[in-house]
Design a protein around this ligand. Structure first.
Ligand SMILES: [Zn+2]
Length: 149
């Protein structure tokens, strides 16, 4: 798993925010896929941050949240996104694609459901249909009354 996947969604969005508002003061690329830098925190604090893209758990930050713990904090993410903006873009692209797939799936299911109901209705007698329709109207009225009072 990468840095983004290991972070909590709270840390992720704060990291995006820190990156976009330019909280990374200085940074440099070390050997391999590691970066070091200084990131502005709250209340004028500054934190030393080290990010290891290949081994995210080896990343370090001197902030109280991440110090001595193997967690991914917003400062690490801010540094990571500053150094590799493409990583964030790719992640957003993936998220959007995933949401589109979900939407398509929901759409497909609702069409399927409608077809099932149509099939059921076609098999019913006229008097049963009238009974069902009246029941449905009553339910809708009840629902709307509850909504307004
Ligand atoms: Zn931190």
């Amino acid at each position: 798993m990468g840095l983004i996947e290991l972070a909590s969604s709270n840390s992720f969005w704060r990291g995006v925010d820190y990156y976009k508002s330019g909280k990374v003061i200085v940074w440099r690329k070390n050997e391999k896929d590691t970066y070091s830098g200084t990131v502005k925190g709250s209340y004028g604090k500054r934190y030393d941050v080290f990010v290891d893209v290949e081994h995210p758990r080896k990343s370090k930050c001197s902030c109280p949240f991440a110090a001595d713990k193997r967690v991914i904090c917003k400062h690490m993410l801010a540094l990571y996104f500053t150094a590799e903006p493409k990583a964030l873009e790719d992640y957003f692209d993936e998220m959007e694609e995933y949401e589109c797939q979900l939407e398509e799936e929901e759409e497909r299911q609702s069409i399927e459901h409608k077809q099932e109901l149509l099939k059921k209705a076609k098999l019913m007698s006229k008097s049963d249909l009238i009974e069902e329709l009246v029941q449905a109207w009553l339910k809708i009225e009840e629902y709307e009354t509850k909504r307004f009072y």
